[in-house]
Design a protein around this ligand. Structure first.
Ligand code: LER
Ligand code: MN
Length: 269
């Protein structure tokens, strides 16, 4: 199976030069460890130079498989479900910018925390409607660019909107857009799903992307998640996307990255 890993561009925390060298270095390290692709967490693609990103990826022969967008929520407060329509529109614009950035790479855009959560004084049904409305606008824009989106099921401590695969599939049914699928993450599934295997089966062909971390959110192999069973279920549904590592950089980033790919290959990925 094809394996990728999440790298943050950290564009806001480093000078442009340091960021580029640091980021290029990380991509090189991942290629050397045997990863097949990278996923980037990008707060704002307007802070990146597309040509540099393309050059770094092609230097190491790694495609950009997906883009995580949650930093725009956690660092800037942009959200599909903010009661202020100006903020909802800014969140939509940010995803449109991500779509433009992703298109040349055919990268999937992740709709994770940027959907927000139901705010005090707002009915959940209203928050859900705002989420669906903004996501629908994103889906139309993405379709024009030939880009796919995924809605990530995220555990209850981070959001109340789409915590399970079933809720994600309900949202996809309401949207009925072929270019929008589901992202399941083993860390969240371990908290929310009655059966990780049945949820993967229910997602079936609508599963476009898959995040892995162990039960403690360390690298796969460091906790008690049943990765052999999960990999077998992914094979059973004919999953042809990437398995992307999104875990805590512990005990240090290189050890986590090295152990993850070693363990997943050992158990048959
Ligand atoms: C993002 O992919 C994710 O899994 C969230 O937990 C980020 O906070
Ligand atoms: Mn995730």
């Amino acid at each position: 199976m094809r394996i990728s890993i999440v790298l943050s561009t950290h564009a806001t925390q480093f000078s442009a030069l340091a960021f580029q060298q640091d980021w290029a270095h990380n991509v090189g390290d991942m290629a050397a460890l045997g990863y097949d692709a990278v996923e980037l967490a990008i707060r704002d693609p307007n802070l990146l130079d597309q040509r540099t990103v393309t050059e770094v990826l092609s230097r190491y022969g790694l495609p950009l498989v997906a883009i995580g967008t949650g930093q725009a929520y956690s660092e800037e407060g942009l959200s599909f479900t903010h009661p202020d329509g100006v903020i909802r529109r800014r969140a939509l614009q940010r995803i449109k910018d991500q779509i433009t950035f992703a298109a040349p790479h055919s990268a999937i855009i992740i709709i994770g925390l940027i959907r927000g959560r139901t705010q005090p004084g707002v009915q959940r049904a209203q928050a859900w409607a705002w989420m669906r409305e903004t996501l629908s606008a994103c889906a139309n824009d993405a379709a024009r660019h030939g880009v796919r989106l995924v809605v990530e099921a995220i555990n209850r401590y981070e959001t109340d909107l789409v915590c399970t695969a079933a809720e994600g599939l309900t949202l996809l049914d309401e949207l009925s857009a072929d270019n929008v699928g589901l992202l399941l993450d083993t860390f969240h599934m371990n908290i929310e799903e009655a059966s990780i295997y049945d949820s993967i089966r229910q997602a079936g062909k609508r599963l476009f992307h898959f995040h892995v971390a162990d039960s403690n959110r360390w690298y796969p192999g460091a906790g008690h998640t049943d990765f052999p069973g999960i990999l077998a279920t992914l094979r059973e549904i004919g999953y042809d996307g990437y398995i992307s590592g999104e875990m805590m950089p512990l005990p240090d980033p290189m050890t986590a990255a090295r152990e993850m790919i070693r363990y997943l290959r050992q158990v048959g990925a």
